[in-house]
Design a protein around this ligand. Structure first.
Ligand code: ZN
Ligand code: ZN
Length: 304
């Protein structure tokens, strides 16, 4: 799963020989959620946010009664607008049936759109606002054209890329950084300060966590690597987790301990992520979760 540290070849045996425990999102009851538009088919997806929903999503204990099945995920290779106002609106006391509060919450003033470059066992992501984009992770070597395809799917090109953010320095995430930077000539490159040593490209702006890049908050999440960074858009309610957490069967898992440079530190990072509010969760490995993902992370963190 991560080229730099799968050397021992041992099976995934994280929980005494049993399959790892998967923590899935807690769906909201249908009656509390009203979606407008045709979610997942390219139309603008909007959600009516009530103060009740905002109050529920501000709680990280997943306490909402689960009486409805999760929303079916749309085809993962298609670009789509985010559907994240349940968490994004939690800092807007008077949501007032304003279906456009998600867009207005964005610091850049434009709705966040994203596309996944599914590179097989690993993914990279394009996050865009208007005619400007950020790339998060670059996949293994040879992934630049696939990432270019994801840009195209959002109506953009490499010349529109202003930021390239690496969650960490493993070869399955930073492997195409040179090729991506050669195309994205206008981009500034960022990675966690403690991970800069393992990345060929230079110059790179070192991150310590807390920085604002393109309206995203950079979140220091050490453990998998010392300089691991997650990327969150608070307004859109979208978190790019890198390898801080792994996706499994519609939920989240901690991942095999052998993938982590420091397991205790990683658990502290996951607990910190569990305190955040987000609807959509994008992983370095595995399928995205697009509904109430924060409740799954909270359940995982509570298991430690
Ligand atoms: Zn990885
Ligand atoms: Zn990794």
């Amino acid at each position: 799963m991560c080229g730099n540290h799968a050397a021992d070849g041992s099976p995934i045996d994280h929980h005494h020989g049993h399959a790892p425990r998967v923590f899935r999102p807690t769906p909201l009851p249908r009656s509390r959620r009203a979606f407008l538009g045709d979610v997942g088919k390219g139309t603008l997806a909007l959600a009516v946010v009530t103060p009740l929903i905002a109050a529920c999503s501000s709680s990280s204990d997943g306490g909402a009664v689960a009486t409805a099945a999760p929303t079916a995920a749309p085809e993962s290779t298609e670009p789509r607008p985010t559907v994240g106002p349940e968490s994004g609106a939690s800092d807007i006391p008077d949501a007032d049936d304003d279906a456009f509060s998600d867009a207005s919450a964005s610091p850049e003033g434009a709705e966040l759109r994203w596309a996944r470059a599914n590179l097989g066992f690993v993914s990279a992501y394009v996050l865009a606002r208007g005619n400007s984009a950020a790339i998060v992770d670059t996949g293994v070597e040879g992934s630049a054209s696939a990432i270019g395809g994801s840009l195209n799917s959002l109506g953009l090109n490499y010349s529109d890329v202003d930021h390239v953010i690496l969650t960490h320095n493993h070869a399955d995430h930073a492997g195409s950084i040179d090729a991506v930077v050669a195309e994205a000539v206008n981009a500034t490159v960022y990675a966690g300060e403690a991970d800069l040593g393992g990345i060929s490209q230079s110059p790179i702006t070192g991150l310590r966590g807390g920085e604002d890049v393109f309206g995203f908050e950079m979140i220091a999440t050490p453990g998998h690597t010392a300089g691991h960074m997650c990327v969150i858009d608070h307004g859109a309610g979208l978190l790019v987790a890198g390898d801080a957490i792994f996706s499994e069967a519609g939920g989240v898992i901690e991942g095999p301990e052998r993938f982590f440079a420091d397991v205790d530190q990683s658990r502290e990072s996951i607990k910190m992520l569990a305190s955040l509010s987000f609807n959509t969760l994008l992983f370095g490995h595995g399928e995205p979760i697009e509904d109430r993902a924060d409740t799954a992370v909270a359940a995982l963190a509570a298991s430690f």
